[in-house]
Design a protein around this ligand. Structure first.
Ligand SMILES: NC(=O)c1ccc[n+]([C@@H]2O[C@H](COP(=O)([O-])OP(=O)(O)OC[C@H]3O[C@@H](n4cnc5c(N)ncnc54)[C@H](OP(=O)(O)O)[C@@H]3O)[C@@H](O)[C@H]2O)c1
Length: 254
């Protein structure tokens, strides 16, 4: 049920963190992978590792803030492995520990253009290709975050972008069903990567961690099962779902 043999999966932001890890999990389950990010040296390194492990993978430059770059990435992916079965909108950035007062317009544009507009634009161009390729179905997974609902001070505009990304997932699910495209989101809690480093390596981190009912931050591997669920036919009747993986963090009041 969770087998991905010969499924073609495109991952944005695959040069580090989650995207880098997801590629290994999905390749292990049989998927053919197209990886995109701005740091092409890191993407190329990951592609080489995946090939050594026996997976089929290609890498291409991608800046999700540019429609042209997205089209070139999707084309490179299709040239390599044909129509894309699953798109994972994973590319994301944060602006540091700032509030709505201390960010400037450049911070707002950087975060919103990457996390929200980039996910929309990539989904739009992916959907157009599903239609023009006459694919029988498609699958979009947005990597949101529990900051979409459970926010602390200093996460502006990151939390705003994730709140909107979660909502976008639901609205897109409604509109994408006519193309037989499912749209779901994975909403992880806190896991140490460059996006979360500032908070997780700060002085208040041990206290913050105690607020998680399971009393620990997440690990990459905690996402593997939910990721395979959403990427595979095991979730064939799921669309518009937000799959939270956070050790109970959003249930906690502090
Ligand atoms: N870590 C957490 O606790 C956590 C929790 C919930 C959700 N998330 C989400 O998980 C996703 C992955 O983040 P991460 O934690 O794995 O951090 P990360 O290691 O910094 O990964 C972010 C990835 O996004 C890519 N990226 C950034 N801007 C891009 C752009 N304009 N075009 C294409 N790729 C771009 C980066 O690659 P390049 O720099 O090479 O372009 C990098 O591969 C993000 O959406 C993040 O918000 C993270």
């Amino acid at each position: 049920m969770f087998d991905l043999t010969d499924k073609h999966i495109a991952i944005t932001g695959a040069s580090s963190g989650f995207g880098h890890h997801f590629a290994g999990v999905l390749g292990n389950a049989g998927a053919r992978l197209s990886l995109g990010a701005r740091r092409t040296d890191k993407v190329d390194d990951r592609v080489a590792e995946l090939r050594e492990l026996g997976a089929q993978a290609i890498g291409a430059a991608l800046d999700v803030r540019s429609a042209e770059s997205i089209q070139l990435f999707l084309q490179a992916a299709e040239d390599a492995f044909g129509p894309i079965d699953v798109l994972i909108n994973n590319a994301g950035v944060e602006a540091g520990a700032k509030t709505y007062v201390t960010i400037d317009e450049a911070d707002w544009d950087f975060v919103l253009d990457t996390n929200l507009k980039g996910s929309w634009l990539t989904s739009k161009h992916y959907t157009e290709r599903v239609v023009s390729n006459q694919q029988s179905c498609g699958n979009i997974i947005n990597i949101s975050s529990i900051t979409d609902t459970r926010t602390i001070k200093g996460q502006f505009p990151y939390a705003v972008s994730k709140g909107a990304l979660t909502r976008m997932t639901q609205v897109m699910a409604l509109e994408a069903a006519k193309y037989n495209i499912r749209v779901n989101a994975l909403a992880p809690g806190y896991i140490l990567t460059d996006v979360s480093r500032l908070l997780l390596e700060s002085e208040q981190s041990p206290e913050f961690e105690k607020g998680i009912p399971m009393r620990r931050y997440g690990e990459f591997e905690d996402l593997d099962g939910p990721l395979l669920l959403l990427a595979s036919d095991a979730s064939r009747y799921m669309t518009g779902s937000i799959v939270v993986v956070d050790g109970g963090h959003i249930c906690a009041s502090l």
